[in-house]
Design a protein. Sequence first.
Length: 221
Amino acid sequence: MLTTVFSVSWLWSNAAAVSPVDVPAGTVGDVKTISPSLRPSPTPTPEGKVIGGLFYNGTLDTMPMMSSAWKSTSDRTGLASGAGSYLGVHENYDGKDDWVNYVGFGSLSKSIPFTNTPAGLKDATIRATTNALVALYDSNVKLIGKATHRPITVAGHRGHELTIKVDVRKPKLPETFSTVMVAVIDRGDGTAVVSVADIAGSTPQWLPVWRTTVSQIEFAN
């Protein structure tokens, strides 16, 4: 049986796919004259982090880690103020690298247009997925079959989920595909949060765990 494989560009050009059924006080004498030649430093970009089993993005929204077995790392998928986590699946599979599952949480990149409508959420999710696929693999990543789209709601906030399989067949790697899942959820202030999962085909038990953690996202505002 033949398996249909597409490049990442297919994802964008075929957006509509399957749609199945959240000071201290002081005195005046303490005040010093500030030299007008000194300019304030630019505000640094907030960084995502993992603290106490929770992902935090730059706006202090949170999402639970997948489990205590997962280790924290930096964002790898182009999110704004994002953080990541990974779990080893195949150690030293090619003599030098480990094959891992990856989950990230952060904010939607400002380079991605966003509107809080079903179509706007879907388009933003497709673009976030494209960024993630290129970052995790490369621009020639091969996709298997059709993307699955699903509207979601998290804590009363409207969102969209996209699922797509990636062809990962490599010498000495006992995998044929990986599942990439991306959820974009509206914050209610014109911005959105994003979670990305990349789960090896041999560990499908982590897919519902990711969906559960997404459903437990809490918004700072």
